[in-house]
Design a protein around this ligand. Structure first.
Ligand SMILES: C[S@@+](CC[C@H](N)C(=O)[O-])C[C@H]1O[C@@H](n2cnc3c(N)ncnc32)[C@H](O)[C@@H]1O
Length: 298
């Protein structure tokens, strides 16, 4: 396990993932009933952008850095606000030095009776995470394999909540591991909201994952196609080798306003975060019912 999120915290991929996570969590707080947040790959909870890792690889400057300098139109602000309010609350007015990881976003949006279960496998990262939340009785930090733990963590007693699956993609078979872990979990908790982050380094593999997941949900679990949403952003031509050029999320059981909010955000966000002319975005269901019928006929 060589991956250290500190090198990437606040980059374009974090911006989209954390915006979506914050919108899903905000939706859960609209009802007066507790929820559970499960983070299978938590990282350390918060990132110091002045650290040597963030200074050596200042990806955040082309992510959250650009957003905080921009004039944000109302349609984009409607989607970004729950996330940006947290980033702003962690920093002084003019300087950005602290960036929230997914656990911190959940911790700040969760209420007194909500519960967080944070898995992190890396021993020193798990220790850092535990130190951060040790005194917060709503939060349990577990040094464990989030994939292996997931099936046993769902459905949670609250029966409502969000699972974020945000692996490092160090392993070529990461999408296969993700599929293996999530299928039994969704089967056990079909009403939970699940957010899967995946890189678009291999667009073909990401599309195959999305399509396979959607087909399975629609034909085996009788999901309506609108219960699956994906949002992807690429800041450079996806065919360029090297650094991550694109990434996004697949959301199962998205809150009903999520698609509209992301459609309001993405045209502006992709222009703002573009690094070359090959940039773009998509927000869609990944697959339609007709595709599934067609696929089943083939
Ligand atoms: C992309 S980072 C997570 C970032 C975090 N979700 C956020 O948004 O702030 C992935 C993390 O997963 C951890 N990790 C890798 N394999 C894991 C596994 N099987 N179970 C739990 N954590 C794992 C890594 O140590 C790393 O901290």
């Amino acid at each position: 396990m060589n991956y250290r999120h500190a090198f990437h915290a606040g980059n374009f991929a974090d911006v989209l993932k954390h915006t979506v996570a914050a919108l899903c969590l905000e939706h859960l707080t609209a009802k007066d009933k507790p929820f559970r947040y499960i983070d299978t790959h938590s990282g350390i909870g918060g990132y110091d952008l002045a650290s040597s890792e963030a200074q050596r690889s200042p990806e955040w400057q082309d992510g959250i850095g650009r957003i905080l300098k921009a004039d944000i139109p109302a349609e984009a602000a409607a989607a970004l606000d729950p996330y940006l309010n947290i980033v702003r609350a962690m920093n002084d007015d003019d300087t950005l030095t602290q960036y929230p990881g997914s656990p911190e976003i959940a911790a700040r949006l969760a209420r007194e009776d909500d519960r967080l279960h944070l898995c992190e496998l890396h021993p020193s990262d798990a220790e850092t995470l535990d130190q951060r939340y040790r005194r917060d009785r709503r939060i349990k930090v577990a040094q464990q394999d989030g994939y292996a733990a997931l099936k046993g963590l769902v459905p949670p007693p609250e029966k409502r909540g969000l699972v974020l699956i945000d692996p490092p993609f160090e392993d070529r078979d990461e999408l296969a591991h993700m599929a293996e872990a999530i299928m039994p979990a969704i089967q056990k908790w079909p009403s939970g909201t699940f957010v899967f982050w995946r890189s678009l380094k291999n667009l073909w593999a990401a599309d195959r994952f999305d399509q396979g997941l959607s087909e399975w949900l629609i034909s085996d679990l009788e999901f309506e196609p609108e219960k699956i949403l994906r949002a992807d952003l690429w800041v450079r031509d996806l065919a360029t080798d090297g650094k991550l050029a694109g990434a996004g999320v697949v959301v199962v059981n998205p809150p009903w306003q999520l698609e509209g909010k992301l459609l309001g955000l993405m045209p502006w966000l992709s222009d703002l975060l573009a690094q070359d002319d090959g940039y773009g975005w998509r927000v869609d269901g990944g697959i339609t019912e007709a595709d599934v019928e067609q696929g089943l006929e083939d």
